[in-house]
Design a protein around this ligand. Sequence first.
Ligand code: IMP
Ligand code: MG
Length: 179
Amino acid sequence: MSSQQPPNLERVLFTEEQIQQRIKEVAAEISAKYRDRNLKLIGVLKGSVFFLTALAREISIPVKIDFLAISSFANSVGTPGLVRIAKDLDEGIEGDDVLLVEDIVDTGFTSRYLLQTLSGRGPNSLAICTLLDRTPRRIVQVPVEFRCFEIPDRFVIGFGLDYKQLYRNLGYIAVMKPG
Ligand code: IMP
Ligand code: MG
């Protein structure tokens, strides 16, 4: 384990080896399902970058890649779940078979917003692929086509996921101690 191990780490949830193995399995599913299609991976910055590149390296069919960034904020009365695009895609997605690649689907607000927005741009198909799925916290229902791992209702870091912008580059995924 690296010297940047966070002091408030409770336990490792998935090791680097477990993550790589699972990504290989999901990449094989994707390669089979999207054979002879126009697969485009769309990464949601910044959390999905590590997952997207690892996944893309294991996909055995031609694949295009693009990124967008979102910002989430609460409205004036503090209601969460408002999302907007802070950096849009470089190219259109008309005719593409789009896989929206996420670090984690949590409440579902981000994914639902992106599905709604991107579906209006004429993709041939549109689905979600997420590294982590935390269904106990879901508020809005979204269809998750591919997931690597289900996780319990605990805050996690590593493999792209941050705490105050740190720990994205950990090779493993860990649960943080509360508080
Ligand atoms: P949503 O609640 O499904 O809209 O997820 C919003 C975003 O919150 C995710 O894409 C992550 O960037 C972030 N997030 C949610 N849970 C965690 C966590 O446990 N660790 C780090 N980031 C998280
Ligand atoms: Mg984040």
